[in-house]
Design a protein around this ligand. Structure first.
Ligand SMILES: Nc1nc2c(ncn2[C@@H]2O[C@H](COP(=O)(O)OP(=O)(O)OP(=O)(O)O)[C@@H](O)[C@H]2O)c(=O)[nH]1
Ligand SMILES: [Mg+2]
Length: 421
């Protein structure tokens, strides 16, 4: 098992100290999730990042010494490193160097199971790696240059260019295949939408207990053990989206989806790569926002989840807040319901599963309400949807959009909240 040394930089322009500590704790979990052993951590407070080596020159020397004394195999930085920083650090520390983004990409690539997840991770990885080949480029061209002053390109450089072109070609091919899979997924989704069955999606920070909740519901309302999903105490246990039908005997059936968990500062390329997996969330009628109530940072985690939902364009979907792992907070055997959209429960001991189901049923059957909307002209799809799925009393074509007065379901009124006047 590789021995890792974590380096964190607390840059004063960034958010407060508490966030830094949380980020460092999270780095430790990420390193463990990547099957490495944390042998030490070192921190630096500074005004701004050094463009050449990220941390200051004195600190680099300190890290160099620490690598030797702790016999570390790899140094991992708590942020993203630019290609130049990465190259310089590797040279000066004379040791393998990795940044947070690469670490997350590594974890994702070992977890990916389905063809789609594998492709998504590989695309993100290649996209992140390609510009970082430049650093390698310099090293190799120096090496090649020695073979003769007359040749304009060193052997190493030529090889690199070939590698680069090959990787770009691979990237293009993989993207094409992904588009095809996304198309199939879209077809499946449309079919599900036409089935008229309401769709509920589990969302939340990684390790909050989403998959455990899915399994708890499945074990109560489905007798097929094979339908269970993978749950484990590690970051990013789930990478694929799984959709299962939950059919309680006395209530309406619904489709429940479990998907990849969120994390703060998810590498941009990765977030983009997982867009199509997360489409399921965008299309949901109801979200179960799961939080690990026993984690002292659960509020920050919920904020990250909310921000991510906004980025996905899912902020208008009605939500039930599920404060999970209540058993670890001295809340005993009791599941507590607060209002119509908040619940404390323990998925592991199946405490509160019935209460959760009751809340879901209530939200889904929430009845109908009269409302007036102004839908912009470019959203003709919404107008068509409402004509098919609501009782439209009146339609007018106004300057700012299509005015509609209709009796619509509470789910739709939540979904199109932004157009309601
Ligand atoms: N004590 C306790 N542990 C729980 C509870 N719910 C889940 N866990 C544990 O928390 C860990 C993570 O659970 P998962 O269901 O895999 O979490 P997740 O949200 O799906 O995580 P990712 O897929 O990694 O994003 C597992 O070890 C579960 O056994 C709970 O109510 N109480
Ligand atoms: Mg999971």
């Amino acid at each position: 098992m590789d021995r890792a040394l974590i380096v964190g930089a607390n840059i004063s322009t960034d958010a407060k100290k508490g966030n830094f500590d949380m980020a460092m704790e999270e780095m430790v979990s990420l390193v463990k999730a990547c099957n490495m052993q944390v042998v030490g951590r070192i921190e630096q407070n500074m005004e701004s990042a050094n463009t050449a080596t990220y941390i200051g020159t004195g600190k680099v020397a300190e890290v160099y010494e620490m690598v030797r004394s702790l016999e570390a195999d790899i140094v991992i930085f708590d942020n993203g490193l630019s290609p130049i920083q990465l190259r310089n650090l590797q040279k000066e520390l004379d040791c393998a160097v990795m940044d947070r983004t690469t670490l997350i990409l590594e974890i994702f690539s070992t977890r990916a199971r389905t063809r789609e997840a594998k492709l998504q991770v590989e695309v993100a990885r290649l996209q992140y790696m390609l510009p970082r080949l430049v650093g390698l480029h310099d090293a190799l061209s120096r090496q090649g240059g020695a073979s003769g002053a007359m040749s304009s390109k060193g052997a190493g450089e030529k090889k690199l260019e070939l590698d680069r072109r090959r990787l770009e070609q691979r990237l293009t091919n993989m993207k094409r295949e992904l588009e095809q899979i996304a198309g199939e997924r879209e077809t499946q989704r449309k079919r599900r939408a036409q089935s008229g069955m309401p769709r509920v999606a589990l969302v939340g920070y990684t390790n909050a207990g989403k998959s455990t909740i899915m399994n708890a519901l499945l074990s109560e309302y489905s007798d097929d053990e094979n339908k269970k999903v993978f749950e484990k105490d590690m970051l990013f246990a789930t990478l694929d989206t799984t959709v299962r039908k939950i059919a309680p005997p006395d209530k309406n059936a619904f489709l429940l989806s479990d998907t990849v968990g969120f994390i703060s500062n998810l590498p941009h390329s990765l977030a983009k790569a997982f867009r199509s997996t997360l489409e399921e969330v965008k299309e949901a009628d109801l979200l179960l926002h799961v939080a690990d109530y026993s984690d002292e940072n659960y509020m920050e985690h919920m904020k990250v989840t909310e921000d991510t939902l906004k980025e996905l364009g899912a902020e208008a979907i009605p939500v039930i807040y599920v404060y999970n792992k209540a058993d670890l907070c001295g809340m005993g055997e009791f599941a507590t319901v607060q209002g119509d959209s908040k619940l404390y429960m323990s998925a592991k001991s199946k405490n509160g599963v019935d209460a959760l189901l009751a809340l879901i049923a209530e939200k889904l059957s929430g009845g109908y309400t009269d409302c007036e909307l102004v839908v912009p002209y470019q959203r003709g799809d919404i107008v068509a949807y409402l004509n098919d799925n609501a009782i439209v009393h009146n339609t007018e074509y106004r300057e700012d959009g299509v005015y509609i007065k209709a009796n619509i379901s509470r789910i739709d009124s939540g979904r199109y909240k932004q157009y309601i006047v």
